[in-house]
Design a protein around this ligand. Structure first.
Ligand code: AMP
Length: 303
């Protein structure tokens, strides 16, 4: 199955209690695409970059077989930039700066080869742009959406309009509370699912993730790691692993969705072990499967 991903391609300045990394390749769609590329061969990106996006950055994506025909390069502009600082517990971060740059005037054009994409993953980006992309796909089998507080606060009405057309919505706990207006996550899930998406995933950072479907709730732990360097992109990497697993399934049901949550969590656990995309750009399938098995072992009780 093919996955079309729209989202940001970015340069990030990241500060954690363990160090800093400037001008690091990042962006929601970069993380999603790299992560999904371990599960399916047809990963297609739609986005925009500026003149500062170099050939080596494209090469990194191509080295994972990611199709970047849908990424426009605007020579007179600069790539999206984001700066963030993590606190000691790494679950909280401050956004220090967001510069939309070339995204401010971006009018996404989905190449005709992508218009029959099976899955559409609307990564964190302006919800109006997410909708514009969705309008150009003929009949996607599954639409997945990720967002963040920046858009929940900045464009709530546009986001709600986009949500009406989404099957699976992924967001984190504080974003769920913000969007629903309710502090309780189970109630939040009900309120948000009534906005459109039948399936909802609430990520809780180092405390795992909750999957809400018509058939109930599934709770997945996060992998207990001794060293967490940089949580940037963990949420997007989760989304990439999640959708990547679904893309290789014959049919999508609750069991596969639960497995997908664990594959997403496995990928996210790799992401945080190094700065930026360094770790998830160079994994092999065996270590992914190993981590997945460790996840199963985490809460298994044998008689
Ligand atoms: P995550 O840690 O999964 O929330 O994703 C972090 C990535 O999202 C970084 O690489 C940023 O470049 C990107 N990002 C941050 N803010 C935004 C935004 N407002 N719109 C799109 N992408 C963003």
């Amino acid at each position: 199955m093919s996955i079309l991903i729209v989202g940001s391609l970015a340069f990030d300045d990241i500060e954690t209690p363990f160090g800093r990394s400037d001008n690091t390749l990042g962006g929601s769609s970069t993380y999603i695409a790299l992560s999904a590329s371990y599960f399916t061969e047809k990963v297609q990106m739609v986005g925009v970059v500026g003149s500062d996006f170099e050939e080596k950055h494209f090469e990194l994506l191509h080295s994972r077989n990611i199709d970047t025909k849908g990424v426009q390069k605007v020579e007179e502009g600069k790539t999206f930039r984001w700066a963030g600082r993590y606190h000691y517990d790494m679950n909280t971060r401050d956004t220090l700066d967001t510069q939309l740059n070339v995204f401010a005037d971006f009018d996404p054009v989905v190449p005709h080869q992508y218009q029959n994409a099976d899955f559409v993953c609307l990564g964190n980006i302006d919800p109006e742009l997410q909708l514009k992309v969705l309008d150009q796909i003929s009949k996607p089998k599954l639409v997945i959406l990720d967002t963040m507080n920046f858009w929940i606060e900045g464009k709530p009405e546009e986001l709600k309009k986009t949500l009406e057309r989404v099957d699976i919505f992924i967001l984190n706990d504080s974003e769920a509370r913000l969007l629903s207006g309710d502090p309780n996550l189970v109630k939040s899930a009900r309120i948000i699912r009534n906005m459109g998406p039948k399936t909802l995933i609430i990520k809780k950072g180092e405390h795992g993730a909750l999957l809400f479907t018509d058939n109930g709730i599934f709770a997945a732990p996060a992998y207990p790691l001794e060293s967490i360097f940089d949580p940037t992109g963990a949420g997007d990497t989760f989304a990439g692993g999640f959708i990547g697993h679904l893309a290789r399934c014959e049919s999508i049901n609750d069991l596969e969705m639960r497995k997908a949550v664990l594959y997403g969590s496995s990928m996210a656990s790799f992401c945080v072990e190094k700065f930026g995309t360094e770790k998830i750009a160079a994994l092999d399938l065996l270590e992914i499967e190993d981590r997945y098995q460790s996840f199963l072992d985490l809460s298994r009780i044998d008689n």
